[in-house]
Design a binder for this molecule. Structure first.
Ligand code: ATP
Length: 228
Protein backbone atom coordinates (compact mmCIF):
# COMPACT_ATOMS: atom_id res chain seq x y z
CA UNK A 1 0.00 0.00 0.00
CA UNK A 2 1.14 3.53 -0.74
CA UNK A 3 0.56 6.34 1.73
CA UNK A 4 1.45 9.00 -0.85
CA UNK A 5 0.74 8.86 -4.58
CA UNK A 6 1.65 11.72 -6.88
CA UNK A 7 0.75 11.26 -10.53
CA UNK A 8 1.95 13.62 -13.25
CA UNK A 9 2.15 16.55 -10.85
CA UNK A 10 3.31 19.95 -12.03
CA UNK A 11 3.38 23.09 -9.93
CA UNK A 12 4.28 26.48 -11.27
CA UNK A 13 4.69 29.80 -9.49
CA UNK A 14 4.26 32.38 -12.23
CA UNK A 15 7.16 31.79 -14.60
CA UNK A 16 8.90 29.31 -12.23
CA UNK A 17 8.24 25.59 -12.63
CA UNK A 18 8.87 24.04 -9.20
CA UNK A 19 7.64 20.54 -10.09
CA UNK A 20 7.48 19.10 -13.59
CA UNK A 21 5.29 16.08 -14.35
CA UNK A 22 6.35 14.40 -11.11
CA UNK A 23 5.11 10.91 -10.24
CA UNK A 24 6.19 9.26 -7.01
CA UNK A 25 4.98 6.86 -4.35
CA UNK A 26 5.72 6.56 -0.65
CA UNK A 27 5.13 3.09 0.74
CA UNK A 28 3.36 2.38 4.01
CA UNK A 29 5.51 1.47 6.97
CA UNK A 30 8.70 2.75 5.37
CA UNK A 31 11.06 5.60 5.98
CA UNK A 32 11.48 7.43 2.68
CA UNK A 33 13.95 10.24 2.07
CA UNK A 34 13.29 12.87 -0.57
CA UNK A 35 16.78 14.03 -1.43
CA UNK A 36 17.78 17.03 -3.50
CA UNK A 37 19.71 20.28 -3.58
CA UNK A 38 18.28 23.77 -2.94
CA UNK A 39 15.41 24.57 -5.26
CA UNK A 40 14.81 20.93 -6.29
CA UNK A 41 11.13 21.20 -5.33
CA UNK A 42 11.14 19.27 -2.05
CA UNK A 43 9.20 21.83 0.00
CA UNK A 44 6.74 22.30 -2.85
CA UNK A 45 6.11 18.54 -2.92
CA UNK A 46 5.57 18.43 0.85
CA UNK A 47 3.17 21.37 0.79
CA UNK A 48 1.10 19.61 -1.89
CA UNK A 49 1.04 16.45 0.24
CA UNK A 50 -0.15 18.51 3.19
CA UNK A 51 -2.92 20.02 1.09
CA UNK A 52 -1.52 23.50 1.69
CA UNK A 53 -1.42 24.21 -2.03
CA UNK A 54 -2.86 22.66 -5.17
CA UNK A 55 -1.01 21.17 -8.10
CA UNK A 56 -1.18 23.14 -11.33
CA UNK A 57 -1.86 19.76 -12.95
CA UNK A 58 -1.81 16.11 -11.89
CA UNK A 59 -3.14 14.38 -8.80
CA UNK A 60 -1.97 14.04 -5.21
CA UNK A 61 -3.38 11.34 -2.92
CA UNK A 62 -2.36 10.94 0.70
CA UNK A 63 -3.63 7.99 2.77
CA UNK A 64 -5.93 7.34 -0.17
CA UNK A 65 -7.58 10.77 -0.07
CA UNK A 66 -7.25 14.31 -1.32
CA UNK A 67 -4.99 15.87 1.35
CA UNK A 68 -7.06 19.04 1.40
CA UNK A 69 -9.72 17.13 3.39
CA UNK A 70 -9.36 17.83 7.07
CA UNK A 71 -10.03 14.19 8.00
CA UNK A 72 -6.80 13.25 6.24
CA UNK A 73 -4.84 16.11 7.76
CA UNK A 74 -5.68 14.79 11.22
CA UNK A 75 -3.83 11.56 10.39
CA UNK A 76 -0.64 13.35 9.29
CA UNK A 77 2.08 14.79 11.49
CA UNK A 78 3.71 17.75 9.77
CA UNK A 79 7.06 19.28 10.60
CA UNK A 80 7.64 22.31 8.37
CA UNK A 81 11.06 23.78 7.64
CA UNK A 82 10.35 26.70 9.93
CA UNK A 83 7.83 26.45 12.71
CA UNK A 84 6.08 29.20 14.59
CA UNK A 85 6.44 27.98 18.16
CA UNK A 86 4.61 29.35 21.19
CA UNK A 87 7.65 31.09 22.66
CA UNK A 88 6.10 32.06 26.01
CA UNK A 89 5.17 28.46 26.90
CA UNK A 90 7.56 25.91 28.31
CA UNK A 91 8.33 22.90 26.15
CA UNK A 92 6.04 20.70 28.25
CA UNK A 93 3.22 23.27 28.15
CA UNK A 94 3.50 23.60 24.36
CA UNK A 95 3.38 19.84 23.83
CA UNK A 96 0.48 19.50 26.29
CA UNK A 97 -1.42 22.27 24.50
CA UNK A 98 -0.96 20.62 21.11
CA UNK A 99 -1.99 17.25 22.60
CA UNK A 100 -5.32 18.84 23.54
CA UNK A 101 -6.01 19.53 19.84
CA UNK A 102 -6.05 15.81 19.03
CA UNK A 103 -8.58 13.07 19.69
CA UNK A 104 -6.07 10.34 20.58
CA UNK A 105 -2.70 11.96 21.26
CA UNK A 106 0.53 10.29 22.27
CA UNK A 107 1.53 10.75 25.89
CA UNK A 108 3.35 14.05 26.47
CA UNK A 109 6.22 12.19 28.16
CA UNK A 110 6.52 9.83 25.21
CA UNK A 111 6.65 12.68 22.70
CA UNK A 112 9.27 14.51 24.78
CA UNK A 113 11.38 11.36 25.04
CA UNK A 114 11.18 10.60 21.31
CA UNK A 115 12.21 14.18 20.54
CA UNK A 116 15.06 14.09 23.07
CA UNK A 117 13.58 16.99 25.04
CA UNK A 118 13.10 15.53 28.50
CA UNK A 119 15.83 17.69 30.02
CA UNK A 120 14.40 20.82 28.33
CA UNK A 121 10.79 20.23 29.38
CA UNK A 122 10.67 23.28 31.67
CA UNK A 123 12.50 25.69 29.38
CA UNK A 124 10.50 28.33 27.54
CA UNK A 125 10.21 27.59 23.83
CA UNK A 126 11.45 31.11 23.08
CA UNK A 127 14.75 30.34 24.81
CA UNK A 128 15.62 27.15 22.93
CA UNK A 129 18.61 26.80 20.62
CA UNK A 130 18.01 26.28 16.89
CA UNK A 131 18.47 22.51 17.16
CA UNK A 132 16.19 22.35 20.21
CA UNK A 133 13.53 24.29 18.32
CA UNK A 134 13.67 21.63 15.60
CA UNK A 135 13.21 18.96 18.27
CA UNK A 136 10.21 20.78 19.70
CA UNK A 137 8.71 21.02 16.21
CA UNK A 138 9.28 17.27 15.96
CA UNK A 139 7.51 16.64 19.28
CA UNK A 140 4.56 18.76 18.08
CA UNK A 141 4.42 16.76 14.82
CA UNK A 142 4.34 13.52 16.81
CA UNK A 143 1.88 14.41 19.50
CA UNK A 144 -1.21 13.72 17.36
CA UNK A 145 -0.16 10.07 17.04
CA UNK A 146 0.02 10.33 13.23
CA UNK A 147 0.02 7.44 10.76
CA UNK A 148 2.22 9.44 8.41
CA UNK A 149 4.93 11.96 9.22
CA UNK A 150 5.86 14.55 6.59
CA UNK A 151 9.04 16.27 7.66
CA UNK A 152 10.86 19.05 5.82
CA UNK A 153 14.61 19.16 6.43
CA UNK A 154 14.52 17.98 10.02
CA UNK A 155 18.24 17.76 10.65
CA UNK A 156 19.32 21.12 9.25
CA UNK A 157 20.77 23.08 12.16
CA UNK A 158 21.19 20.02 14.39
CA UNK A 159 24.57 18.91 15.69
CA UNK A 160 25.85 15.40 14.92
CA UNK A 161 24.64 13.86 18.20
CA UNK A 162 21.14 15.32 17.76
CA UNK A 163 20.99 14.05 14.20
CA UNK A 164 21.91 10.58 15.33
CA UNK A 165 19.26 10.66 18.08
CA UNK A 166 16.70 11.98 15.61
CA UNK A 167 17.30 9.12 13.17
CA UNK A 168 17.03 6.63 16.01
CA UNK A 169 13.65 8.13 16.99
CA UNK A 170 12.47 7.86 13.39
CA UNK A 171 13.52 4.21 13.36
CA UNK A 172 11.47 3.65 16.50
CA UNK A 173 8.43 5.36 14.96
CA UNK A 174 8.72 3.24 11.84
CA UNK A 175 8.96 0.17 14.08
CA UNK A 176 5.54 1.19 15.43
CA UNK A 177 4.16 0.92 11.88
CA UNK A 178 4.19 4.62 11.04
CA UNK A 179 5.25 5.88 7.62
CA UNK A 180 7.75 8.69 7.31
CA UNK A 181 8.69 10.95 4.42
CA UNK A 182 11.40 13.49 5.04
CA UNK A 183 13.39 15.83 2.88
CA UNK A 184 17.11 16.22 3.22
CA UNK A 185 20.21 17.56 1.53
CA UNK A 186 22.37 14.90 3.16
CA UNK A 187 22.89 11.85 0.99
CA UNK A 188 24.91 10.04 3.65
CA UNK A 189 22.06 10.25 6.19
CA UNK A 190 19.47 9.22 3.63
CA UNK A 191 21.55 6.25 2.53
CA UNK A 192 22.18 5.10 6.07
CA UNK A 193 18.72 5.43 7.55
CA UNK A 194 16.05 5.35 4.83
CA UNK A 195 14.37 2.30 3.36
CA UNK A 196 13.96 4.14 0.10
CA UNK A 197 15.47 7.29 -1.37
CA UNK A 198 13.85 9.50 -4.02
CA UNK A 199 16.19 11.93 -5.75
CA UNK A 200 14.58 15.15 -6.89
CA UNK A 201 16.32 17.63 -9.15
CA UNK A 202 14.83 20.54 -11.08
CA UNK A 203 11.32 19.43 -10.06
CA UNK A 204 11.78 15.98 -11.56
CA UNK A 205 12.54 12.57 -10.13
CA UNK A 206 16.08 11.63 -11.15
CA UNK A 207 16.15 8.25 -9.48
CA UNK A 208 14.49 6.27 -6.72
CA UNK A 209 14.87 3.02 -4.89
CA UNK A 210 16.60 1.39 -1.98
CA UNK A 211 19.88 3.02 -1.00
CA UNK A 212 21.75 0.09 -2.56
CA UNK A 213 19.86 0.30 -5.86
CA UNK A 214 20.24 4.05 -5.89
CA UNK A 215 23.96 3.93 -5.40
CA UNK A 216 24.19 1.77 -8.49
CA UNK A 217 21.98 4.20 -10.48
CA UNK A 218 23.38 7.59 -9.49
CA UNK A 219 26.78 6.87 -8.02
CA UNK A 220 28.25 9.65 -10.13
CA UNK A 221 25.87 12.28 -8.73
CA UNK A 222 26.98 11.83 -5.12
CA UNK A 223 29.45 14.66 -5.03
CA UNK A 224 26.99 17.27 -6.29
CA UNK A 225 24.46 16.47 -3.55
CA UNK A 226 26.97 16.50 -0.77
CA UNK A 227 27.48 20.22 -1.12
CA UNK A 228 23.86 21.07 -0.17
P1 ATP B 1 15.40 24.05 -0.36
O1 ATP B 1 16.22 22.82 -0.15
O2 ATP B 1 16.23 25.26 -0.65
O3 ATP B 1 14.36 24.25 0.69
P2 ATP B 1 13.42 22.86 -2.15
O4 ATP B 1 13.93 21.62 -2.81
O5 ATP B 1 12.54 22.67 -0.98
O6 ATP B 1 14.64 23.82 -1.79
P3 ATP B 1 11.27 24.48 -3.22
O7 ATP B 1 11.24 25.38 -2.03
O8 ATP B 1 10.16 23.53 -3.42
O9 ATP B 1 12.67 23.68 -3.29
O10 ATP B 1 11.41 25.42 -4.51
C1 ATP B 1 11.39 24.90 -5.85
C2 ATP B 1 11.43 26.08 -6.83
O11 ATP B 1 10.19 26.78 -6.76
C3 ATP B 1 12.51 27.10 -6.53
O12 ATP B 1 12.96 27.59 -7.78
C4 ATP B 1 11.79 28.17 -5.75
O13 ATP B 1 12.41 29.42 -5.92
C5 ATP B 1 10.40 28.13 -6.39
N1 ATP B 1 9.32 28.51 -5.44
C6 ATP B 1 8.96 27.82 -4.33
N2 ATP B 1 7.93 28.43 -3.70
C7 ATP B 1 7.66 29.56 -4.41
C8 ATP B 1 6.72 30.63 -4.28
N3 ATP B 1 5.84 30.66 -3.28
N4 ATP B 1 6.75 31.62 -5.21
C9 ATP B 1 7.62 31.59 -6.24
N5 ATP B 1 8.54 30.61 -6.42
C10 ATP B 1 8.56 29.62 -5.53
Amino acid sequence: MNVVEMQGVSRTYGPVTALRDLSLQVRAGELTALLGPNGAGKTTAISLMLGLSRPTSGTVRVLGEDPRHSAVRARIGAMPQESALPGALTVREAVTLFASFHAAPLGVGQALALAGLEDRANRRAGRLSGGERRRLAFALALIGNPELLLIDEPTTGMDAASRQAFWEALGELRGQGRSVLLTTHYLEEAERAADRVLVLHGGQLLAGGTPEALRAQVGGARVSFRAG
